[in-house]
Unconditional design. Structure first.
Lengths: 54, 321
């Protein structure tokens, strides 16, 4: 019985699964926003994207 | 063998097993949003927006959005790092006991990782996509709030919020730098207004949360110097605030609409601060303090909103100015 449980590893509860899924979606959305942001600014600035005044 | 029979070995093994078991987080997105201090963030966004829009240059909407987003995320990172460091005293104060770390929803290392990640990405994104003057200023703001205010000043001196207020006053300066790539007098005037607004605002809060701060051992002015000395300091700082907020009009930096609004709002602040100074006992004293605290938020919002309205009207109907 103990061996079987060890093989299964950590079993998440439904609440833990739900919160993990929510966090994963939030991280995915944040990364998507970052990608869109970098793309949009590159389009807006054009070649000037490489000129960053100090 | 003898130990096992006495049950001591089992006890030790169980204890180790508990320590080694990984903690599975049940924190949801709302807990992480709470770490960002959304109410503080909204004020930061608003003041930064004003700093960005009063700059005498055209900023592309995408760059404007990027700048405000980075400043907002940087402010959120500061909030998360502040909650990470202050979780011990947060648990002792009724105002903050419900925050995600004292409630056990988020662990301190999780908050630290979250805050550091957001700080890194906000500064790097602002620097790379907008300019490095703004990026460096945002990094300095986060550093000042977390290291100088939270770690050094807050538990050490009653002047914590006076000096630490500089961090809260920097967002419009960062936004101006994002728009222009440099600094000027106008954003520094906005900085001074928020800087001198901070002590009356927070000391009013500290007056009616005095027991909380005393229990947590935070040396806020009402705890160390007493309520009467705090009332005098509130009045003095309010006088300076009203003068500093009015000065940009006669100096020619902001227009007459701002000057008149500044005088009217300043009159309200002075009246309420004088009320706090005069009424020192009972429910009237408590009510006066709460009124000043509430109005101070309206004051700052309305003052900056006047600047925003001026900019919008000037852009829509240039012939008015």
């Amino acid at each position: 019985m103990d061996d079987k449980q060890e093989q299964k590893g950590i079993v998440l509860t439904e609440a833990q699964k739900k919160s993990r899924r929510e966090r994963s979606i939030a991280i995915a959305l944040a990364l998507a926003v970052l990608v869109v942001l970098f793309f949009a600014v590159t389009i807006v600035k054009g070649p000037a994207v490489l000129m960053r005044p100090m | 063998m003898i130990l096992k029979e006495q049950g001591l070995v089992v006890s030790v093994v169980d204890h180790n097993a508990m320590e080694l078991a990984p903690r599975i987080s049940e924190a949801d997105v709302a807990d992480y949003v709470a770490l960002l201090k959304p109410r503080v963030m909204s004020l930061v966004v608003f003041t930064a927006l004003v700093g960005l829009l009063i700059a005498p240059v055209h900023v592309h909407p995408v760059l404007a959005f990027t700048s405000i987003l980075c400043i907002a995320v940087g402010a959120g990172a500061s909030g998360a790092l502040n909650m990470w460091y202050e979780s011990d005293i947060d648990a002792l104060m009724s105002r903050t006991a419900n925050r995600p770390i004292p409630r056990g929803r988020v662990t301190p290392p999780e908050a630290l990782t979250f805050g550091m990640t957001l700080a890194f990405f906000s500064v790097m994104t602002l620097g790379i996509l907008v300019n490095w003057v703004a990026g460096a200023l945002l990094a300095f703001t986060i550093f000042f709030y977390v290291v100088i205010y939270t770690m050094a000043l807050k538990r050490w001196t009653a002047q914590n919020i006076v000096i630490g207020g500089a961090a809260g006053a920097l967002p419009p300066v960062v936004a101006w730098a994002a728009a222009t790539g440099s600094l000027s007098v106008e954003p520094l005037l906005l900085f001074l207004i928020i800087f001198f607004w901070t002590p009356p605002h927070f000391w009013a809060l500290a007056l009616f949360r005095c027991e909380d701060y005393a229990r947590a051992g935070v040396p806020m002015l009402p705890v160390t110097a007493g309520p009467d000395a705090t009332r005098l300091q509130i009045l003095l700082y309010t006088i300076v605030l009203v003068a500093v907020a009015f000065a940009p009009w006669p100096l020619g930096y902001f227009d007459a609409v701002y000057g008149v609004a500044s005088l009217a709002l300043g009159g309200g602040m002075l009246m309420l601060a004088a009320n706090v100074y005069c009424r020192r006992e009972g429910r009237e004293a408590s009510r006066a303090t709460r009124r000043l605290f509430a109005f101070s938020i309206v004051y700052l919002f309305a003052l900056f909103a006047t600047l925003l309205i001026e900019v919008v009207v000037r852009a829509a109907v240039p012939s008015i100015w």
